[in-house]
Ligand binder design. Structure first.
Ligand SMILES: *Cc1c(COP(=O)(O)O)cnc(C)c1O
Length: 453
């Protein structure tokens, strides 16, 4: 199969006009994809792995099309990035217009309007009606690094608390904040100092109420660090990479209150949960909390690289001029994409669509769970839903089953992602542009893969 050569397919244009169907013309990977993957393994560092063995050539609506003409159902959105849909027409037009005007000046040299407009939009759409300011960066990890810098400068303190199951990125400080050694940290130390890990709230596994889990964390913080030395507490309102863990009701509000009474900056890392993903613009709203600082990236710009820290003006302004920035941060093309994306989030009914998608996912997964005790838990909000796979007798995590189901679904043309500290969670993060029939068909394929496993 690897030597088959068919004529190069005509260039495929992505976006919502792509045929919204699952089509398998070859086995996955097909011959053209195999050629690219061979070049990849010869040219690209092996640490940069992939989970879906295709050569992507176009995407839009709810599909990703590969070089062999296969059309796969997308239940991952490139890890919660293309929430408004891949190659969204508004983003394509905005990017094309912006890129033809100028590609870069460096905002720290010559400011431009789109950066300021993105900051204004973020200050408006993030939780809380206090005075806010924003700063733009290139990646989620970079946003998290800067949120910690800002919190330290504002408080004059150094320690940072992160939680079990946390994922905050792959740079040195964010590796220190991240809870999972393999693959994110193993062999990459030494890590940044003054980072302390506390127990989180994981109702399926700890059985604690929100108040109990918060009391446990606060007691440990007070004993091991003390508020007098603590600059910031950072947490994902719903933990993403760690397993789509939804904290028990009341956990987050108690932590936020404790931070506020103790002069500690509360940072919500909404890099994965932000921008309509959970059925609210930000997951903090689900829990009734108002973070001091919020980090965003992934869904912010329809796939263009952009990230931000947004927060209380007095905290954001504590840093001396020149203390924040970066050559590319807030690139004008990425900013144009973000403005088009935020417009789509606000005007295309996407919050409602995320809730509808969540209803479909949850109903289907719960009905599977009712007849299959290997699904220990179904959880999440909006278009961010997961199933945790366990040994039905012991409740022990079953990562082997999880990866077998994911691999089988991918081979059948459905892109699903796994996650979880124990590697035993399948996460569903479809683009909000996916039509119902593809979502249902994708779930049929996953159900069949589970039945066969
Ligand atoms: C993905 C992610 C990050 C890191 O973002 P990058 O853009 O990959 O650097 C940080 N925090 C959370 C919650 C994430 O999901």
């Amino acid at each position: 199969m690897s030597t088959t050569t068919s004529p190069a397919p005509a260039r495929t244009v992505g976006g919502p006009d792509l045929p919204q169907q699952r089509t398998l013309r070859t086995a996955i990977p097909g011959p053209r994809s195999q050629e690219l993957l061979a070049r990849k393994s010869a040219a690209v560092a092996s640490g940069v792995a992939h989970t879906v063995p295709i050569e992507a050539v176009a995407a839009g609506g709810g599909v990703v099309v590969d070089a062999d003409g296969n059309s796969l159902i997308d239940l991952g959105s490139g890890i919660a990035v293309t929430s408004i849909g891949n190659a969204h027409p508004g983003v394509v037009a905005a990017v094309q217009e912006a890129v033809a005007q100028f590609t870069h000046t460096c905002f720290m040299i010559s400011p431009y309007e789109s950066y300021v407009a993105v900051a204004e939009a973020l200050n408006r759409v993030t939780p809380g009606d206090h005075a806010k300011k924003s700063a733009l960066f290139n990646s989620g990890a970079e946003a998290v690094e800067n949120a910690v810098k800002i919190a330290r400068r504002f408080t004059g303190k150094q320690a940072v608390v992160a939680f079990d199951h946390a994922y905050h990125g792959r740079t040195n400080l964010t590796m220190a904040l991240t809870a999972k050694a393999m693959p994110y940290k193993a062999g990459f130390g030494p890590f940044a100092s003054e980072v302390y890990r506390m127990p989180a709230s994981y109702p399926f596994r700890d059985g604690l109420s929100g108040a109990e889990a918060a009391a446990r964390a606060i007691s440990a913080i007070e004993k091991q660090i003390g508020a007098a030395d603590l600059a910031a507490v950072i947490i994902e309102p719903i933990q993403g990479e760690g397993g789509f863990i939804v904290p028990a009701d009341g956990f987050l509000p108690v932590i936020v209150d404790w931070c506020r009474t103790n002069g500690v900056v509360f940072i919500a890392d909404e890099v994965q949960t932000g921008f309509a993903r959970t059925g609210e613009m930000f997951a903090s709203e689900l829990f009734g909390i108002v973070p001091d600082l919020i980090t965003t990236a992934k869904g912010i710009a329809g796939g263009m690289p952009l990230a931000a820290v947004t927060g209380r003006a007095e905290i954001m302004d504590a840093t001396h001029g020149g203390g924040l920035g970066g050559t590319y941060g807030g690139n004008p093309v990425a900013c144009a994409a973000a403005l088009a994306s935020i417009d789509a989030f606000e005007n295309e009914g996407l919050l409602e669509r995320a809730r509808e998608i969540g209803g479909i996912l949850r109903a289907r997964l719960e009905s599977l769970q009712a007849s299959d005790p290997r699904i220990g838990d179904v959880r999440g909000h909006g278009a961010m839903i997961a199933a945790e796979f366990v040994d039905p007798v012991t409740n022990a995590p079953d990562p082997a089953l999880t990866s077998a189901v994911a691999k089988a679904a991918i081979a059948e043309g459905v892109i699903v992602l796994t996650c979880g500290t124990y590697g035993n969670v399948i996460r569903f993060l479809p683009p909000l542009s996916i039509p119902d029939h593809l979502l249902n068909e994708g779930l049929d394929v996953v159900a069949a893969a589970l039945a066969a496993a």
